[in-house]
Design a protein around this ligand. Structure first.
Ligand SMILES: Cc1cc2nc3c(=O)[nH]c(=O)nc-3n(C[C@H](O)[C@H](O)[C@H](O)COP(=O)(O)O)c2cc1C
Ligand code: SF4
Ligand code: SF4
Length: 437
Protein backbone atom coordinates (compact mmCIF):
# COMPACT_ATOMS: atom_id res chain seq x y z
CA UNK A 1 0.00 0.00 0.00
CA UNK A 2 1.34 3.43 -0.99
CA UNK A 3 2.77 5.58 1.79
CA UNK A 4 1.15 9.02 1.52
CA UNK A 5 2.66 10.49 4.66
CA UNK A 6 3.95 13.99 4.04
CA UNK A 7 7.04 15.79 5.30
CA UNK A 8 6.90 19.40 4.19
CA UNK A 9 9.86 21.49 5.40
CA UNK A 10 10.06 19.20 8.41
CA UNK A 11 6.35 19.51 9.18
CA UNK A 12 4.87 16.04 9.26
CA UNK A 13 1.29 15.11 8.43
CA UNK A 14 -0.40 11.77 7.72
CA UNK A 15 -1.31 12.87 4.19
CA UNK A 16 -0.50 15.77 1.84
CA UNK A 17 -3.98 17.34 2.09
CA UNK A 18 -4.08 20.52 4.15
CA UNK A 19 -6.96 22.93 4.45
CA UNK A 20 -5.97 26.40 3.24
CA UNK A 21 -6.36 29.44 5.44
CA UNK A 22 -10.02 30.45 5.00
CA UNK A 23 -13.46 29.89 6.62
CA UNK A 24 -12.93 26.09 6.97
CA UNK A 25 -10.06 26.83 9.39
CA UNK A 26 -11.59 29.81 11.14
CA UNK A 27 -12.03 28.25 14.58
CA UNK A 28 -11.46 25.18 16.74
CA UNK A 29 -14.93 23.79 16.03
CA UNK A 30 -14.23 23.59 12.28
CA UNK A 31 -10.65 22.39 12.60
CA UNK A 32 -11.61 19.61 15.02
CA UNK A 33 -14.26 18.43 12.55
CA UNK A 34 -11.74 18.65 9.71
CA UNK A 35 -9.18 16.55 11.57
CA UNK A 36 -11.85 14.00 12.45
CA UNK A 37 -12.72 13.77 8.75
CA UNK A 38 -9.06 13.03 7.98
CA UNK A 39 -7.33 16.24 6.84
CA UNK A 40 -3.57 16.02 7.27
CA UNK A 41 -3.14 19.64 8.29
CA UNK A 42 -4.66 23.08 8.39
CA UNK A 43 -3.47 26.60 7.85
CA UNK A 44 -5.50 28.54 10.41
CA UNK A 45 -7.57 31.47 9.13
CA UNK A 46 -5.20 34.47 8.90
CA UNK A 47 -4.45 36.18 12.20
CA UNK A 48 -4.12 39.97 12.41
CA UNK A 49 -2.36 42.09 14.99
CA UNK A 50 -3.48 42.56 18.57
CA UNK A 51 -6.34 44.97 19.12
CA UNK A 52 -9.87 45.29 17.80
CA UNK A 53 -10.31 42.67 15.07
CA UNK A 54 -11.22 43.58 11.50
CA UNK A 55 -14.87 43.95 10.57
CA UNK A 56 -16.49 42.07 7.70
CA UNK A 57 -19.46 43.22 5.63
CA UNK A 58 -22.78 42.05 7.02
CA UNK A 59 -24.26 41.01 3.69
CA UNK A 60 -23.26 38.68 0.88
CA UNK A 61 -19.54 38.08 0.60
CA UNK A 62 -19.49 35.51 -2.22
CA UNK A 63 -19.99 35.55 -5.97
CA UNK A 64 -19.84 32.43 -8.14
CA UNK A 65 -19.61 30.96 -11.61
CA UNK A 66 -21.40 27.68 -12.37
CA UNK A 67 -21.28 25.09 -15.12
CA UNK A 68 -24.44 24.16 -17.03
CA UNK A 69 -25.21 21.51 -14.37
CA UNK A 70 -25.01 24.21 -11.64
CA UNK A 71 -21.76 22.72 -10.40
CA UNK A 72 -19.71 25.45 -8.78
CA UNK A 73 -16.67 26.23 -10.95
CA UNK A 74 -15.40 29.50 -9.54
CA UNK A 75 -15.93 31.27 -6.22
CA UNK A 76 -15.25 34.90 -5.48
CA UNK A 77 -15.11 36.41 -1.99
CA UNK A 78 -14.72 39.75 -0.28
CA UNK A 79 -14.04 38.32 3.16
CA UNK A 80 -11.17 39.76 5.20
CA UNK A 81 -8.78 37.97 7.58
CA UNK A 82 -10.13 36.57 10.86
CA UNK A 83 -12.66 38.83 12.57
CA UNK A 84 -12.17 36.99 15.86
CA UNK A 85 -10.00 38.16 18.74
CA UNK A 86 -6.31 37.26 18.39
CA UNK A 87 -6.07 35.67 21.84
CA UNK A 88 -9.19 33.56 21.33
CA UNK A 89 -7.64 32.20 18.14
CA UNK A 90 -4.29 31.55 19.84
CA UNK A 91 -5.91 29.71 22.74
CA UNK A 92 -7.91 27.53 20.37
CA UNK A 93 -4.89 26.78 18.21
CA UNK A 94 -2.92 25.63 21.23
CA UNK A 95 -5.72 23.35 22.39
CA UNK A 96 -6.29 21.87 18.92
CA UNK A 97 -2.57 21.20 18.45
CA UNK A 98 -2.50 19.42 21.81
CA UNK A 99 -5.53 17.33 20.82
CA UNK A 100 -4.09 16.43 17.40
CA UNK A 101 -0.29 16.20 17.70
CA UNK A 102 0.05 14.14 14.51
CA UNK A 103 -1.61 16.79 12.31
CA UNK A 104 0.03 19.89 10.89
CA UNK A 105 -1.16 23.20 12.27
CA UNK A 106 0.16 26.31 10.56
CA UNK A 107 -0.58 29.87 11.61
CA UNK A 108 -1.30 32.28 8.78
CA UNK A 109 -0.31 35.82 9.68
CA UNK A 110 -0.93 39.26 8.23
CA UNK A 111 0.20 42.31 10.18
CA UNK A 112 1.39 45.73 8.97
CA UNK A 113 4.63 45.83 7.03
CA UNK A 114 6.61 47.06 10.05
CA UNK A 115 9.33 45.13 11.86
CA UNK A 116 7.82 45.64 15.31
CA UNK A 117 4.43 44.29 14.27
CA UNK A 118 6.00 41.01 13.09
CA UNK A 119 8.37 40.89 16.05
CA UNK A 120 5.41 41.22 18.42
CA UNK A 121 3.16 38.51 17.01
CA UNK A 122 5.70 35.76 16.30
CA UNK A 123 6.40 34.74 19.94
CA UNK A 124 2.64 34.66 20.63
CA UNK A 125 2.14 32.24 17.75
CA UNK A 126 5.19 30.19 18.68
CA UNK A 127 3.74 29.69 22.15
CA UNK A 128 0.73 27.83 20.68
CA UNK A 129 2.94 24.97 19.52
CA UNK A 130 2.05 25.66 15.87
CA UNK A 131 4.25 23.77 13.43
CA UNK A 132 4.97 26.74 11.21
CA UNK A 133 3.76 30.08 9.92
CA UNK A 134 2.41 31.15 6.58
CA UNK A 135 2.83 34.80 5.61
CA UNK A 136 -0.31 36.01 3.89
CA UNK A 137 1.01 38.22 1.10
CA UNK A 138 -1.86 37.23 -1.11
CA UNK A 139 -5.23 38.56 0.01
CA UNK A 140 -6.25 40.90 -2.85
CA UNK A 141 -9.17 42.81 -1.36
CA UNK A 142 -9.80 44.99 1.67
CA UNK A 143 -6.54 44.30 3.47
CA UNK A 144 -4.54 45.28 0.37
CA UNK A 145 -6.16 48.74 0.54
CA UNK A 146 -4.54 48.97 4.00
CA UNK A 147 -1.06 48.16 2.69
CA UNK A 148 -1.12 44.46 3.60
CA UNK A 149 -1.79 41.17 1.78
CA UNK A 150 -1.24 41.45 -1.96
CA UNK A 151 0.00 45.05 -1.53
CA UNK A 152 3.11 43.43 0.00
CA UNK A 153 3.05 40.41 -2.30
CA UNK A 154 3.28 42.66 -5.36
CA UNK A 155 6.56 44.24 -4.23
CA UNK A 156 9.39 41.69 -4.14
CA UNK A 157 11.56 43.98 -1.96
CA UNK A 158 8.88 44.03 0.76
CA UNK A 159 8.52 40.26 0.59
CA UNK A 160 12.23 39.75 1.09
CA UNK A 161 12.29 42.23 3.97
CA UNK A 162 9.38 40.67 5.88
CA UNK A 163 10.62 37.12 5.34
CA UNK A 164 14.00 38.18 6.79
CA UNK A 165 12.28 39.59 9.89
CA UNK A 166 10.32 36.38 10.36
CA UNK A 167 13.40 34.21 9.96
CA UNK A 168 15.14 36.43 12.50
CA UNK A 169 12.36 36.40 15.10
CA UNK A 170 11.08 32.84 15.00
CA UNK A 171 12.45 29.33 14.82
CA UNK A 172 9.25 28.06 13.17
CA UNK A 173 9.44 27.19 9.47
CA UNK A 174 8.28 30.08 7.29
CA UNK A 175 5.97 29.49 4.32
CA UNK A 176 5.44 32.56 2.13
CA UNK A 177 2.01 32.64 0.47
CA UNK A 178 2.13 34.41 -2.87
CA UNK A 179 -0.43 36.44 -4.78
CA UNK A 180 -1.18 35.51 -8.38
CA UNK A 181 -2.07 39.16 -9.08
CA UNK A 182 1.34 39.82 -10.58
CA UNK A 183 2.86 39.49 -14.05
CA UNK A 184 5.75 37.15 -13.34
CA UNK A 185 5.34 34.82 -10.34
CA UNK A 186 9.05 34.01 -10.36
CA UNK A 187 9.95 37.46 -9.03
CA UNK A 188 8.11 37.25 -5.67
CA UNK A 189 9.21 33.62 -5.31
CA UNK A 190 12.84 34.62 -5.84
CA UNK A 191 12.44 37.45 -3.32
CA UNK A 192 10.99 35.08 -0.71
CA UNK A 193 13.87 32.70 -1.40
CA UNK A 194 16.40 35.50 -1.01
CA UNK A 195 14.82 36.44 2.32
CA UNK A 196 15.36 32.86 3.50
CA UNK A 197 11.84 31.46 3.33
CA UNK A 198 11.56 27.72 3.94
CA UNK A 199 8.82 27.37 1.33
CA UNK A 200 6.30 29.22 -0.79
CA UNK A 201 2.60 28.46 -1.10
CA UNK A 202 0.42 29.52 -4.00
CA UNK A 203 -1.96 30.68 -5.23
CA UNK A 204 -4.01 33.01 -3.14
CA UNK A 205 -7.10 34.40 -4.88
CA UNK A 206 -7.27 36.31 -8.17
CA UNK A 207 -8.81 39.80 -8.50
CA UNK A 208 -12.23 39.33 -9.99
CA UNK A 209 -15.78 40.51 -10.56
CA UNK A 210 -17.90 37.42 -11.18
CA UNK A 211 -21.08 39.09 -12.43
CA UNK A 212 -23.11 42.29 -12.67
CA UNK A 213 -26.74 42.58 -11.64
CA UNK A 214 -28.45 44.00 -14.73
CA UNK A 215 -31.42 45.35 -12.78
CA UNK A 216 -29.51 47.69 -10.50
CA UNK A 217 -26.14 47.61 -12.32
CA UNK A 218 -24.24 46.54 -9.21
CA UNK A 219 -21.42 44.03 -9.29
CA UNK A 220 -22.14 40.87 -7.27
CA UNK A 221 -21.88 40.28 -4.38
CA UNK A 222 -23.82 43.49 -3.91
CA UNK A 223 -23.75 45.42 -0.66
CA UNK A 224 -26.47 48.05 -0.73
CA UNK A 225 -26.10 48.49 -4.51
CA UNK A 226 -22.29 48.62 -4.60
CA UNK A 227 -19.72 45.92 -5.12
CA UNK A 228 -15.97 45.61 -4.88
CA UNK A 229 -13.58 43.25 -6.63
CA UNK A 230 -13.07 40.02 -4.76
CA UNK A 231 -10.67 37.08 -4.80
CA UNK A 232 -11.38 34.24 -7.25
CA UNK A 233 -10.71 30.59 -6.44
CA UNK A 234 -12.08 27.10 -7.06
CA UNK A 235 -11.73 24.73 -10.06
CA UNK A 236 -11.62 27.64 -12.53
CA UNK A 237 -8.28 28.88 -11.19
CA UNK A 238 -6.48 25.52 -11.19
CA UNK A 239 -4.81 25.99 -14.60
CA UNK A 240 -3.39 29.35 -13.50
CA UNK A 241 -2.14 27.87 -10.25
CA UNK A 242 -0.56 24.84 -11.96
CA UNK A 243 1.35 27.09 -14.33
CA UNK A 244 2.61 29.29 -11.51
CA UNK A 245 3.74 26.29 -9.48
CA UNK A 246 5.58 24.94 -12.53
CA UNK A 247 7.19 28.32 -13.23
CA UNK A 248 8.70 28.38 -9.76
CA UNK A 249 9.65 24.69 -9.78
CA UNK A 250 11.57 25.01 -13.05
CA UNK A 251 13.18 28.40 -12.39
CA UNK A 252 16.90 27.70 -11.79
CA UNK A 253 16.91 30.44 -9.12
CA UNK A 254 14.22 28.74 -7.02
CA UNK A 255 14.55 25.10 -8.11
CA UNK A 256 14.25 22.87 -5.05
CA UNK A 257 12.39 25.48 -2.99
CA UNK A 258 9.48 23.59 -1.38
CA UNK A 259 6.07 24.59 -2.74
CA UNK A 260 2.64 24.08 -1.21
CA UNK A 261 0.24 23.97 -4.17
CA UNK A 262 -3.13 25.73 -3.86
CA UNK A 263 -5.89 26.58 -6.30
CA UNK A 264 -8.91 24.56 -7.34
CA UNK A 265 -7.87 21.22 -5.85
CA UNK A 266 -11.11 19.24 -5.78
CA UNK A 267 -10.08 15.64 -6.48
CA UNK A 268 -7.08 13.38 -5.83
CA UNK A 269 -6.18 13.84 -9.49
CA UNK A 270 -5.90 17.62 -9.09
CA UNK A 271 -3.61 17.03 -6.15
CA UNK A 272 -1.48 14.52 -8.05
CA UNK A 273 -1.05 17.06 -10.86
CA UNK A 274 0.18 19.73 -8.44
CA UNK A 275 2.60 17.21 -6.90
CA UNK A 276 3.83 16.13 -10.33
CA UNK A 277 4.59 19.74 -11.23
CA UNK A 278 6.71 20.17 -8.13
CA UNK A 279 4.43 20.88 -5.16
CA UNK A 280 5.38 19.09 -1.94
CA UNK A 281 1.77 19.04 -0.75
CA UNK A 282 -1.55 20.77 -1.49
CA UNK A 283 -3.97 23.06 0.25
CA UNK A 284 -7.72 23.11 -0.34
CA UNK A 285 -10.42 25.67 0.37
CA UNK A 286 -13.28 25.87 -2.17
CA UNK A 287 -13.79 22.10 -2.48
CA UNK A 288 -14.24 21.82 1.30
CA UNK A 289 -16.58 24.82 1.29
CA UNK A 290 -18.63 23.24 -1.51
CA UNK A 291 -18.72 19.57 -0.50
CA UNK A 292 -17.77 19.49 3.19
CA UNK A 293 -14.77 18.12 5.06
CA UNK A 294 -15.37 14.46 4.18
CA UNK A 295 -14.27 15.10 0.61
CA UNK A 296 -10.74 14.48 1.88
CA UNK A 297 -11.56 10.78 2.22
CA UNK A 298 -11.99 10.46 -1.53
CA UNK A 299 -8.78 12.40 -2.05
CA UNK A 300 -6.87 10.05 0.24
CA UNK A 301 -8.27 6.82 -1.20
CA UNK A 302 -8.03 8.07 -4.79
CA UNK A 303 -4.40 9.10 -4.44
CA UNK A 304 -3.45 5.87 -2.66
CA UNK A 305 -5.25 3.67 -5.20
CA UNK A 306 -3.65 5.46 -8.14
CA UNK A 307 -0.20 5.23 -6.54
CA UNK A 308 -0.71 1.50 -5.90
CA UNK A 309 -1.88 0.92 -9.46
CA UNK A 310 1.15 2.76 -10.86
CA UNK A 311 3.68 1.33 -8.43
CA UNK A 312 4.51 4.66 -6.75
CA UNK A 313 5.54 3.82 -3.21
CA UNK A 314 5.73 7.26 -1.63
CA UNK A 315 4.99 10.88 -2.49
CA UNK A 316 8.66 11.37 -3.38
CA UNK A 317 8.07 9.06 -6.34
CA UNK A 318 5.64 11.60 -7.80
CA UNK A 319 6.77 15.03 -6.65
CA UNK A 320 8.33 16.98 -9.52
CA UNK A 321 8.02 14.14 -12.04
CA UNK A 322 6.34 16.42 -14.61
CA UNK A 323 8.54 19.46 -13.98
CA UNK A 324 11.25 18.55 -16.55
CA UNK A 325 8.50 18.14 -19.16
CA UNK A 326 7.44 21.77 -18.84
CA UNK A 327 9.45 23.69 -21.38
CA UNK A 328 9.38 26.84 -23.50
CA UNK A 329 7.34 26.79 -26.72
CA UNK A 330 10.47 27.18 -28.79
CA UNK A 331 11.70 23.75 -27.65
CA UNK A 332 8.58 21.81 -28.71
CA UNK A 333 9.16 19.16 -31.38
CA UNK A 334 7.90 20.54 -34.71
CA UNK A 335 8.36 17.11 -36.28
CA UNK A 336 5.66 15.62 -34.06
CA UNK A 337 2.51 15.25 -36.20
CA UNK A 338 -0.91 14.05 -35.03
CA UNK A 339 -4.29 13.82 -36.77
CA UNK A 340 -7.78 13.69 -35.33
CA UNK A 341 -9.69 10.44 -35.64
CA UNK A 342 -13.44 10.01 -35.09
CA UNK A 343 -14.80 6.76 -33.66
CA UNK A 344 -17.89 6.29 -35.83
CA UNK A 345 -19.51 3.93 -33.31
CA UNK A 346 -19.29 6.54 -30.53
CA UNK A 347 -20.32 9.53 -32.67
CA UNK A 348 -23.84 10.85 -32.00
CA UNK A 349 -23.72 13.03 -35.13
CA UNK A 350 -24.29 16.29 -33.28
CA UNK A 351 -22.09 18.16 -35.75
CA UNK A 352 -20.20 20.29 -33.22
CA UNK A 353 -16.79 19.15 -34.43
CA UNK A 354 -17.68 19.98 -38.03
CA UNK A 355 -18.88 23.49 -37.31
CA UNK A 356 -15.94 24.27 -35.02
CA UNK A 357 -13.42 23.08 -37.57
CA UNK A 358 -15.31 24.58 -40.53
CA UNK A 359 -15.83 28.05 -39.03
CA UNK A 360 -12.73 28.48 -36.90
CA UNK A 361 -10.10 25.92 -37.74
CA UNK A 362 -9.07 24.14 -40.96
CA UNK A 363 -12.21 22.86 -42.73
CA UNK A 364 -11.09 19.29 -42.10
CA UNK A 365 -14.31 17.52 -40.98
CA UNK A 366 -17.09 16.44 -43.30
CA UNK A 367 -20.78 17.03 -42.51
CA UNK A 368 -22.31 14.94 -45.29
CA UNK A 369 -20.98 11.98 -47.24
CA UNK A 370 -23.10 10.53 -50.06
CA UNK A 371 -25.98 12.75 -48.95
CA UNK A 372 -25.97 11.42 -45.35
CA UNK A 373 -24.86 13.13 -42.12
CA UNK A 374 -21.39 11.76 -41.58
CA UNK A 375 -18.51 13.27 -39.66
CA UNK A 376 -15.07 12.20 -40.71
CA UNK A 377 -11.67 13.83 -40.60
CA UNK A 378 -10.01 14.71 -43.92
CA UNK A 379 -6.38 14.03 -43.12
CA UNK A 380 -5.15 16.14 -46.01
CA UNK A 381 -6.60 19.25 -44.29
CA UNK A 382 -6.20 18.39 -40.58
CA UNK A 383 -3.44 20.35 -38.79
CA UNK A 384 -3.90 18.34 -35.60
CA UNK A 385 -5.03 21.31 -33.50
CA UNK A 386 -7.44 19.15 -31.40
CA UNK A 387 -10.20 21.79 -31.24
CA UNK A 388 -12.68 19.10 -32.31
CA UNK A 389 -11.62 16.86 -29.41
CA UNK A 390 -12.35 19.67 -26.99
CA UNK A 391 -15.80 20.57 -28.33
CA UNK A 392 -17.07 17.01 -28.86
CA UNK A 393 -19.64 16.15 -26.15
CA UNK A 394 -18.76 12.42 -26.22
CA UNK A 395 -15.74 11.40 -24.18
CA UNK A 396 -13.00 9.72 -26.26
CA UNK A 397 -15.09 9.88 -29.43
CA UNK A 398 -12.40 11.93 -31.16
CA UNK A 399 -8.78 11.06 -30.39
CA UNK A 400 -5.50 12.44 -31.63
CA UNK A 401 -3.39 9.83 -33.36
CA UNK A 402 0.33 10.56 -33.80
CA UNK A 403 1.79 9.63 -37.20
CA UNK A 404 4.71 7.23 -37.08
CA UNK A 405 8.12 8.25 -38.42
CA UNK A 406 8.21 7.60 -42.16
CA UNK A 407 4.41 7.89 -42.58
CA UNK A 408 3.08 10.34 -45.13
CA UNK A 409 1.51 13.55 -43.83
CA UNK A 410 -1.21 13.95 -46.45
CA UNK A 411 -1.56 17.66 -45.68
CA UNK A 412 2.02 18.60 -46.51
CA UNK A 413 2.91 15.66 -48.76
CA UNK A 414 6.05 15.19 -46.59
CA UNK A 415 7.16 12.10 -44.71
CA UNK A 416 7.21 12.36 -40.93
CA UNK A 417 10.77 12.83 -39.71
CA UNK A 418 12.18 10.65 -36.96
CA UNK A 419 14.38 13.44 -35.64
CA UNK A 420 13.43 16.13 -33.14
CA UNK A 421 13.53 19.69 -34.48
CA UNK A 422 12.29 22.87 -32.90
CA UNK A 423 11.83 26.53 -33.70
CA UNK A 424 15.34 27.51 -32.66
CA UNK A 425 16.74 25.84 -35.79
CA UNK A 426 13.74 26.20 -38.11
CA UNK A 427 14.55 27.85 -41.48
CA UNK A 428 11.64 30.31 -41.02
CA UNK A 429 13.09 31.60 -37.77
CA UNK A 430 14.90 34.87 -38.57
CA UNK A 431 17.26 34.50 -35.61
CA UNK A 432 18.12 30.92 -36.55
CA UNK A 433 18.92 32.15 -40.07
CA UNK A 434 21.13 34.95 -38.73
CA UNK A 435 22.98 32.51 -36.47
CA UNK A 436 23.64 30.20 -39.42
CA UNK A 437 25.01 33.04 -41.62
C1 LIG B 1 -13.95 32.97 1.77
C2 LIG B 1 -12.46 32.85 1.63
C3 LIG B 1 -11.64 33.41 2.57
C4 LIG B 1 -10.27 33.32 2.46
N1 LIG B 1 -9.49 33.84 3.44
C5 LIG B 1 -8.15 33.69 3.38
C6 LIG B 1 -7.33 34.12 4.45
O1 LIG B 1 -7.80 34.62 5.47
N2 LIG B 1 -5.99 33.97 4.31
C7 LIG B 1 -5.43 33.40 3.21
O2 LIG B 1 -4.20 33.28 3.14
N3 LIG B 1 -6.19 32.97 2.19
C8 LIG B 1 -7.54 33.09 2.25
N4 LIG B 1 -8.31 32.59 1.24
C9 LIG B 1 -7.67 31.98 0.06
C10 LIG B 1 -7.52 30.46 0.22
O3 LIG B 1 -6.69 30.12 1.30
C11 LIG B 1 -6.92 29.83 -1.08
O4 LIG B 1 -5.64 30.38 -1.30
C12 LIG B 1 -7.77 30.08 -2.29
O5 LIG B 1 -9.12 29.98 -1.97
C13 LIG B 1 -7.45 29.11 -3.43
O6 LIG B 1 -7.73 27.78 -3.08
P1 LIG B 1 -9.10 27.02 -3.57
O7 LIG B 1 -9.19 27.18 -5.05
O8 LIG B 1 -8.93 25.61 -3.09
O9 LIG B 1 -10.22 27.72 -2.89
C14 LIG B 1 -9.70 32.66 1.34
C15 LIG B 1 -10.54 32.08 0.39
C16 LIG B 1 -11.90 32.15 0.53
C17 LIG B 1 -12.80 31.50 -0.48
S1 SF4 C 1 -7.71 18.53 -35.17
FE1 SF4 C 1 -8.23 20.65 -35.73
S2 SF4 C 1 -7.89 20.71 -37.92
FE2 SF4 C 1 -8.02 18.55 -37.37
S3 SF4 C 1 -10.13 18.01 -37.63
FE3 SF4 C 1 -9.91 18.60 -35.50
S4 SF4 C 1 -10.42 20.79 -35.45
FE4 SF4 C 1 -10.07 20.25 -37.59
S1 SF4 D 1 -18.69 16.41 -32.06
FE1 SF4 D 1 -18.30 14.28 -31.59
S2 SF4 D 1 -20.31 13.37 -31.44
FE2 SF4 D 1 -20.58 15.33 -32.43
S3 SF4 D 1 -20.47 14.84 -34.61
FE3 SF4 D 1 -18.44 15.34 -34.00
S4 SF4 D 1 -17.48 13.41 -33.46
FE4 SF4 D 1 -19.68 13.07 -33.55
Amino acid sequence: MADIRNNFVGIKSPNPFWLASAPPTDKAYNVERAFKAGWGGVVWKTLGEEGPPVVNVNGPRYGAIWGADRRLLGLNNIELITDRDLYVNLREMKQVKMNWPDRALIASIMVPCEENAWKAILPLVEETGADGIELNFGCPHGMSERGMGSAVGQVPEYIEMVVRWCKQYTRMPVITKLTPNITDIRRPARAAHAGGTDAVSLINTINSITSVNLDNFSPEPSIDGKGSHGGYCGPAVKPIALNMVAEIARDPETAGLPISGIGGVTTWRDAAEFLALGAGNVQVCTAAMTYGFKIVQEMISGLSNWMDAKGHRSLDDIIGRATPNVTDWKFLNLNYIAKAHIDQDACIKCGRCHIACEDTSHQAITAFVDGKRHFEVMEDECVGCNLCVNVCPVDNCITMVPLKAGALDKRTGQKVQKTYANWTTHPNNPSAKQAAE
